[in-house]
Design a protein around this ligand. Structure first.
Ligand code: ZN
Ligand code: ZN
Length: 123
């Protein structure tokens, strides 16, 4: 089967970004291909100071609740797999003391509690 690979020529629209060095930071899940621009990577997002993540995480601010100024207005996209270090989203990964991507959670499934293993059974 020949795969047609047409390069979609996306015009860079840098009119939106007025920041000095705001290179777009793109989170891309290595498993499902989820692709989102993220605003912060780390444990302590500056826009919700009460939150400290146990791992470095990819965070986007929630644009809809940002103005309220209350609570934690963010979305957690995912993190890096602790084994192979690839980006993996919340849906594709398991967090059990560390983050495991889909592949690594299968390889290391004997380390995971049974309930997590069930969640990740292959359909
Ligand atoms: Zn994913
Ligand atoms: Zn992995």
């Amino acid at each position: 089967m020949a795969s047609l690979e047409e390069k979609t020529s996306t015009q860079t629209r840098d009119t939106i970004i007025s920041d000095k060095s705001a290179a777009q930071q793109i989170f891309e899940c290595a498993d499902c291909g989820l692709r989102e621009e993220y605003h912060f990577f780390g444990k302590r997002p500056p826009f919700c100071k009460s939150i400290v993540f146990v791992e470095d995480s990819y965070i986007i601010r929630d644009p809809f609740t940002l103005q309220s100024g209350n609570n934690a207005n963010f979305l957690l996209l995912g993190g890096n797999c602790s084994v192979c270090a690839k980006m993996t989203c919340q849906e594709c990964s398991i967090f059990f003391t560390k983050r495991f991507c889909a592949d690594c959670s299968q390889i290391n499934c004997q380390l995971l509690p049974e309930e997590l293993r069930k969640k990740k059974k292959k359909g």
